[in-house]
Design a protein around this ligand. Structure first.
Ligand code: SAH
Ligand code: SF4
Length: 459
């Protein structure tokens, strides 16, 4: 869709939304679930809604439009959405003109769209991950026609640059550099709901980046399911290290982060660029998923435990102070106790700053959903408990070792009077005694105390 066509629909939808609004201005209550990629989509959705004249409210009772931008990575996330949509029924009864809309990864699955259509007739707009840019048109159709609109077409492989953006915060910004995924890890639904990998062209990224900097954002995360393959399909080789280098060249203090980096494609060139860069945060999020080679093979991750540990060593050799974080799955189908112990060993060996931990969730349509799984839920949650305990002790030890050091931090918000929530380049929170005026600035904090996950400090 061209920008002109989008703008035409924005004007048309704005006119009808204004007439149908309960108050002086139409109000939207939007909520995003899931990963940063979804958060970034949510910011574009809010940008289009703002352009259509919508104001925003957290109170669904007040809203003319309630929109959930959903996640499909685990069943739990989907159950929450179904629960929340069910609870909207009474709002719809009280205010029949309220439009209830669902979008995102969950609805891109056929069986979910079907269930919504059959069991939730008061949901009037459902649109998938490939048509977000068509929201003005789709909303206009709902506003003017009164019929339910379901638009779930597949990706046409293009990247849409025409959407306005309304960013959530004013310190941290998300910048997508690519969409989709081609990796087909056997447990994961993302390639099915997000389509094939496609990269944004460098100039669009650079323009958005310059805009982000000029708005004063200080902590910028480049997003993609596997940023290490940025432009590989389009140009034959990954251009991610080059992109990072280019985005490092601007004046002023800011941090550059990226996620996610897939170990199979993480190159020494990237680590070299990070090590020599002025702005790359000393933080690498490198999901390992499992510490066992057989499980990694069944997961179709295409690296081994040894290759992963080599990468960690290569990163630490160049950046001894680098903070490492990761994702791990417990209870992949058939994972034995010995295989789980290999995961614990890897965690001990690396010493992560923090972990995102997931109990395996069966996703329909993925190869892992066909695998037999004799391990009980109880066993899986016991394993998870053990893993969390281990990681907590590692994190506490790492935090204690930082007491007495000086850390460069970025103050993100005031927690309570005189205490600011700040973040280190390594992505650790420091609750710092400092005046409110420092929110949004970098400064050196002296670390005075350590908790399990959080540090305390003074300016
Ligand atoms: N592209 C990223 C991950 C995106 S999904 C990568 O490859 O690292 C975020 C995390 O969700 C994954 O790293 C994985 O740990 C978890 N996850 C994905 N599918 C899952 C499933 N079916 N069950 C449990 N956890 C899952
Ligand atoms: Fe899912 Fe694997 Fe793609 Fe990550 S790389 S989104 S885990 S399929």
């Amino acid at each position: 869709m061209s920008e002109t066509v989008m703008n035409e629909y924005i004007s048309k939808a704005a006119a009808v939304a204004a007439i149908r609004a309960r108050g002086a201005q139409p109000l939207a209550c939007t909520h995003t679930y899931g990963c940063q990629g979804n958060v970034s989509d949510g910011e574009r959705i809010n940008g289009m809604l703002a352009a259509m004249g919508y104001g925003f409210t957290d109170d669904p009772q007040q809203a003319d439009l309630i929109l959930y931008n959903t996640c499909a990575v685990r069943e739990h996330a989907e159950d929450r959405v179904f629960g929340n949509v069910g609870a909207l029924k009474h709002i719809k009864r009280k205010h029949p003109d309220t439009i209830i809309a669902l979008c995102g990864c969950m609805v891109q699955q056929e069986h979910i769209a079907q269930r919504l259509y059959e069991s939730f007739p008061y949901v009037s707009l459902v649109f998938g991950t490939h048509v977000i840019h068509r929201l003005p048109e789709l909303l206009y159709r709902v506003l003017s026609g009164g019929k339910r609109v379901y638009e779930l077409s597949q990706s046409d492989a293009s990247v849409h640059e025409e959407m306005p953006i309304r960013r959530d915060g004013d310190i941290k910004a998300w910048l997508p550099i690519m969409y989709g995924c081609d990796n087909f890890c056997s447990y994961c639904v993302v390639p099915y709901v997000r389509g094939r990998e496609r990269s944004r062209d460098e100039q669009s990224i650079v323009s958005e980046f310059e805009d982000i900097l000029s708005c004063g954002y200080k902590d910028i995360t480049l997003l993609g399911q596997n940023v290490n393959s940025y432009m590989r399909k389009e140009s034959g080789a990954s251009k991610f290290p080059g992109l990072l280098k280019r985005l490092d060249e601007y004046d002023g203090e800011y941090w550059l982060r990226f996620m996610t980096s897939h170990p199979k494609d993480c190159s020494e060139e990237l680590l070299d660029v990070m090590a020599s860069s002025k702005h790359a945060a000393r933080h690498l999020h490198l999901p390992f998923q499992s510490g066992d080679n057989d499980i990694l093979a069944q997961m179709n991750r295409r690296y081994t435990r040894e290759k992963y540990l080599e990468l960690i060593e290569a990163a630490r050799k160049r950046m001894p102070d680098i903070s490492l974080t990761s994702d791990v799955i417990v209870g992949f189908p058939g994972e034995t106790d010995a295989q789980f112990r290999n995961t614990l060993d890897l965690i001990k060996e690396v010493g992560f700053t923090s972990l995102f931990t997931f109990i395996y969730s069966k996703r329909s349509g993925t190869p892992a959903a066909q695998m037999t799984d004799p391990i009980s839920d109880r066993e899986k949650s016991d394993r998870m408990g053990e893993l969390l305990k281990l990681q907590e002790s590692i994190a506490a030890e790492r935090c204690s070792a930082m007491v007495g050091t000086k850390q460069r931090v970025l103050a993100e918000k005031e927690l309570r009077e005189g205490i600011l929530s700040c973040r280190t380049s390594g992505n650790i929170i420091v609750e710092t005694q400092a005046p409110r005026e420092l929110v949004g600035s970098f400064f050196d904090a002296k670390i005075t105390e350590a908790g399990n996950w959080v540090l305390k400090g003074t300016v």
